[in-house]
Design a protein around this ligand. Structure first.
Ligand code: FES
Length: 178
């Protein structure tokens, strides 16, 4: 028997000029925004060219910038390198982000330093059990936010100075470093 419950949670709410940043399979929830014409600039990162998902479609839909860890396509390095060298963050009203947590933390730090953490929208991943905000498995402390109930998309100022980028919980509820 397999039980499925849903849909649960919120989504991205892009407004104005939009920058989307995806790492690896984090492109999945951002691609529909590009399909709707909501994304002006898209930064897509992966370890290597073969792992760039949807790149040829995004190149048609958006101003696409690519980053690969090994330099096999686009910028040689992380998406944060593209941000630092090629992007004027202040010219965007919404920055939608999904990918590995340390990548997202690097982006949140840059938005915070620029004084625009609230323009960021981050899609978080946590180990989930109940899905309705009861078990605490997906909590982001110290505010007691639950990724299942309050997210998975949070604005940057919601998760600033929190466990995000530092700790998550495993299947037994123990805190572990991300
Ligand atoms: S999965 Fe139980 S509180 Fe989120």
């Amino acid at each position: 028997m397999l039980g499925i419950r849903g849909p649960l949670g919120n989504g991205f709410t892009p407004q104005g000029r939009v920058l989307a940043i995806a790492g690896g399979v984090g492109v999945a929830p951002l691609y529909p925004l590009a399909m709707k014409g909501s994304v002006d600039t898209f930064i897509l990162g992966a370890r290597t060219e073969a792992e760039l998902v949807f790149a040829k479609y995004l190149a048609v839909l958006t101003d696409l910038k690519i980053a690969t860890d090994d330099g096999t396509a686009g910028y040689h390095g992380f998406v944060t390198g593209v941000l630092d060298e090629q992007i004027d963050l202040l010219s965007y009203d919404t920055i939608c982000v999904c990918g590995p947590e340390m990548m997202m933390k690097g982006i949140l730090d840059r938005l915070s330093a620029a004084g625009i953490a609230g323009r960021g929208q981050f899609s978080l991943h946590r180990y989930m059990k109940c899905g309705v905000g009861v078990c605490g498995s997906c909590a982001i402390d110290p505010k007691g936010l639950c990724v299942c109930r309050d997210g998975p998309v949070f604005t940057g100022d919601q998760i600033l100075d929190s466990e995000f980028g530092h700790y998550a919980r495993d299947a037994s509820g123990q805190r572990k470093r991300v």
